[in-house]
Design a protein around this ligand. Structure first.
Ligand SMILES: Nc1nc2c(ncn2[C@@H]2O[C@H](COP(=O)(O)OP(=O)(O)OP(=O)(O)O)[C@@H](O)[C@H]2O)c(=O)[nH]1
Length: 884
């Protein structure tokens, strides 16, 4: 008999997870309950593994769509296709909310249970916020920005291709954020599907012990994939062939033994293996095993789910629950949804989010806790560089009503700019004033939305742990921290250093490609610049620089695909009329000698008003010869009271010495600075001037790197009654430009080039040719080769467990094609090469690699740093640029 997937078919689960210190434990009970029934999850997958196909089924079974969208017909909700854009539905949906399990139509929403200690979470409707995670390697920053708002992740693998390069990379990144993950082995209906080989690859390449919760059920001599063996509940589940996947037949072990004894036997073997692996990582499982007379089959499913949840939520996840299915055939998605709710954490169970405040790192609950106990202090003279928790005792924290992260900005043709936020503490209310700590501006949140599959529903507030959308914001960008500070005026600034509060700050990697953009006519200029401004709000890993003298605009990004997509957005979506240049490598230039101080005096009308300012600057080369990626964020470390140091992009620093202006004593400033200026304003103007000067060096117009800039600010002689911020910026830019020129004419400047860390996957037979090509033709340096002596992966993290694939239980793979090297667990004796190679040599590498490997080689790469080029190479590069 075929039955619908129903709560009664599930199991009872008692949850007793030991969660870390709870961030939201002080919130009102209602919000607490809501958080308990919320899952903020992402689906991570290699391109084409079936992310969209699976998401479509999730939306269908949860009742949010009436028919299953088909990727190949272009009828899905989450893919951003031109047709959808025309209809104005979801474009690039950054997050979609649905309920699982679905509520019966017309039924009263059940009351949220006080706890899930004795019932399974998946028997009660949960809010699932599905957050988009991009699949392409070029978008490392994009992946990071979405990972940091996830509480858990479902990783989809292609059952034919196994663990692919990009999956491995995102898996490691998710691990760095301690995001609990479960795996769905998809596409098991395809010819050549190899569940067992994939499971072994999980162990070897993702460094976790696979806990097989389902095994594939193939029927008939040609291996039709029809369902799964449910290892936890000891049953077989068959999906109605050709149906929409709602109707399922379940057989207990006794029935299975009569009809398919071999499969029943395999389910039992898998159960033994599951209990064994759980026992190794969870003491409670051992107790249950002993209580049940050491009979693996006698342990109730309840205990197994509890144990799976505990091990999944362990901080360094050593055990990975594995599920099986074929989304395209509508097989396996409902149990996967149940597992998502049952095994992945609530927002309450996540580690306290990291923050930075006034240049020091901490966690949000440490800040809120320390602030709650803080006593008011009379002045803020206390130095803020001490790392102890006392320095977090900021009395103003009591005014911090809410704290949220804008994790994605999307320009929607119908609704305008949508800012997706995750709230970490407090509630964001409609109409509240949000202070953006990245930009230092306040703006009102006029409308709040919750995004469902096809609808946006207006809401009055977005509570703690929740995801939602703000529309009508003019400034907020992807990655900005937004806070609600009680009593803040529109032009005001939150006190106590809260204006610097950053949630989960991430470093934007340095851009390595750039292109020039030129409006087709003067009348197009405004539209082009406005469109670029929206693009930059959507994606802050794009960088824009405008050279005021030549009027040239350069857009820089992380990869050629990254810039190509930006170009398409600009021309096709924004209909901007602009000429876009060739995509080129973003070199850096650097100085090799120090200069003596140079003084520039500005005395001229600016915007019709006379302005005057003086700046004295000098430059010297920084010690390091390479730029480490991740130095892009502009921070303001505290130095002495009479000196301020800014860390600028590309390993540059700016130190401003201001001997007669102390940062802690604003009273005496009155004698030295004009009343309309403030020290923070002056420093900001000088920094803006320095950033502009360093954005284009005098040698070849590339950004300047590895340079230390020093500005001496003598307030009594450099500032005048008609000094303005703009005049100061212009003077500092001119003084630094002159210093750079003088250094470059005194000694030959150097070019620096981006060097990539590439992980290349090839079969054994093409290893030699690829290594040879990388190390001789491309001037790369091979860092490691795996497979020969050890089972390593592309991650250089030696702390990760090395797992012997021979110790992993797997059911047989009767229909797998190809031999596969089961000994190592790596498909077809796949080998991997980790190498450092100049980016210039990797342009167009994929085609070359395919030619060398018969089309089977793949690779991922990320910027490792910038390196000074040898003079011969520098000469060649400069010559080839001139030719161009
Ligand atoms: N045979 C089979 N094909 C599948 C299955 N799931 C997905 N596909 C197909 O695989 C292709 C890629 O599926 P998508 O769902 O677009 O994969 P994706 O991971 O979203 O891909 P990107 O959006 O490119 O990252 C499509 O042609 C699907 O029809 C499956 O279970 N079985």
């Amino acid at each position: 008999m075929w039955v619908r997937w129903a709560p009664c078919a599930r199991r009872v689960v008692r949850l007793d997870v030991k969660a870390p210190k709870r961030l939201l434990s002080t919130q009102p009970p209602q919000a607490d309950l809501l958080s308990k029934t919320t899952r903020n999850i992402g689906i991570v997958a290699h391109i084409d593994a079936g992310k969209t196909t699976t998401t479509e089924r999730m939306l269908y079974y949860s009742g949010y769509t009436r028919r299953i969208g088909d990727v190949d017909e272009g009828s899905t909700v989450t893919d951003f296709l031109p047709a959808e854009r025309a209809r104005g539905i979801t474009i690039q949906s950054a997050a979609i909310t649905f309920h699982w399990p679905p509520q019966e139509p017309g039924a009263k929403p059940p009351q949220i249970p006080a706890s899930f200690d004795s019932i399974s979470p998946s028997t009660f409707p949960h809010n699932v916020n599905l957050i988009d995670t991009p699949g392409h390697a070029d978008f490392t920053f994009e992946v990071l920005r979405s990972l940091r708002v996830l509480d858990g992740a479902v990783c989809i693998l292609d059952g034919v291709a196994g663990v692919e390069a990009q999956t491995e990379k995102v898996w490691t990144q998710a691990g760095n954020y301690q995001i609990p993950r479960i795996i769905f082995v998809n596409k098991l209906d395809r010819v050549g599907a190899a569940f067992s080989r994939t499971v072994k690859e999980i162990g070897v390449r993702l460094h976790g012990w696979p806990a097989i919760c389902q095994i594939p059920w193939w029927k008939g001599g040609n291996g039709d994939f029809v369902g799964v063996g449910d290892v936890v509940n000891l049953r077989g589940m068959l999906w109605q062939p050709g149906g929409d996947g709602r109707d399922i037949q379940a057989f207990d072990l006794e029935e299975l033994e009569k009809t398919n004894a071999t499969f029943a036997e395999e389910v039992k073997k898998a159960r033994v293996a599951l209990v064994e692996i759980l026992s190794e990582h969870d003491d409670a499982m051992v107790e249950s095993f002993l209580e049940h007379d050491e009979d693996h089959l006698a342990i109730p499913a309840l205990h197994i789910w509890q144990s799976l949840r505990r091990v999944t939520l362990q901080p360094s996840q050593a055990v990975i629950p594995v599920f099986a299915g074929a989304s395209f055939r509508n097989i396996g998605v409902q149990p996967l949804l149940d597992a998502t709710v049952d095994l992945l954490p609530t927002p309450l169970e996540r580690p306290d989010p990291e923050i930075s405040i006034s240049g020091q790192s901490s966690t949000l609950s440490a800040l809120l806790g320390a602030g709650a106990n803080a006593k008011p202090v009379k002045s803020s003279k206390k130095p803020q560089d001490s790392k102890n928790s006392d320095s977090l005792a900021i009395p103003e924290v009591k005014n911090l009503a809410a704290c949220a992260l804008a994790f994605k900005v999307v320009n929607d043709t119908k609704r305008g700019v949508l800012v997706y936020v995750r709230v970490y503490s407090g509630s964001l209310d409609k109409g509240s004033t949000l202070y953006n700590t990245n930009l230092g501006v306040a703006e009102r949140a006029p409308r709040l939305l919750k995004m469902y599959a096809n609808d946006a529903v207006e809401v009055d507030s977005i509570g703690p742990g929740q995801i939602g959308v703000i529309t009508g914001l003019k400034h907020a960008r992807t990655g900005d921290t937004l806070i609600v500070y009680r009593g803040l005026q529109m032009k005001g600034t939150p006190a106590g250093g809260l204006n610097t509060l950053q949630l989960r700050p991430i470093n934007v990697p340095p851009p390595v490609f750039f292109t020039s953009i030129e409006p087709q006519s003067l009348s197009e200029q405004k539209h082009v610049h406005e469109s670029l401004a929206i693009l930059l709000r959507e994606d802050p890993s794009l960088h824009l620089s405008i050279d005021e003298e030549s009027g040239q605009t350069h857009l820089a990004g992380m990869g050629d695909l990254h810039l190509e997509i930006a170009r398409d957005r600009l021309l096709n979506d924004f209909k901007a009329k602009a000429r876009i240049g060739k995509i080129e490598i973003g070199y850096r230039e650097t100085i090799t000698s120090a200069t003596s101080p140079y003084t520039y005096e500005l005395d001229k009308p600016i915007a019709g008003k006379q302005a005057k300012a003086t700046t004295t600057a000098s430059v010297e080369p920084a010690d390091d010869s390479a730029i480490i990626p991740g130095t892009q964020t502009e921070t303001k470390p505290e130095s002495g009271p009479f000196e301020t140091t800014f860390t600028l992009p590309d390993n540059n620093t700016l130190t401003v010495s201001h001997p007669n202006l102390s940062r802690h004593d604003s009273a005496s400033h009155k004698n030295h600075i004009p009343p309309h200026l403030s020290l923070p304003g002056i420093l900001h103007a000088l920094q803006a001037g320095a950033s502009a000067a360093l954005a284009r060096g005098p040698f070849n117009g590339f950004p300047v790197a590895n340079t230390h800039v020093h500005i001496d600010l003598d307030a009594s002689t450099h500032l005048f009654p008609d000094t303005t911020s703009t005049a100061l910026s212009m003077a500092s830019r001119a003084a630094i430009n002159a210093s750079l020129r003088s250094s470059m004419s005194a000694s030959q400047p150097a070019l620096m080039e981006p060097v990539m860390n590439a992980t290349i996957f090839v079969s054994e037979s093409s290893l030699g040719a690829v290594v040879q090509d990388i190390s001789s033709a491309r001037g790369g340096q091979v860092l490691s080769l795996d497979g020969s002596d050890s089972l390593t992966s592309s991650t250089s993290n030696d702390d990760l467990p090395r797992i012997d694939p021979n110790l992993i239980y797997t059911p047989p793979d009767p229909f797998a094609s190809g031999t596969g090297d089961m000994g190592s667990g790596l498909a077809d004796s796949q080998r991997q090469i980790v190498a450092r190679v100049p980016l210039k040599e990797m342009v167009g590498y994929l085609n070359h690699l395919r030619a060398l490997t018969g089309g089977r080689g793949t690779f991922v790469m990320a910027v490792d740093g910038f390196e000074k080029m040898a003079s011969q190479r520098q000469k060649e590069v400069l010559e080839s640029m001139r030719e161009f």
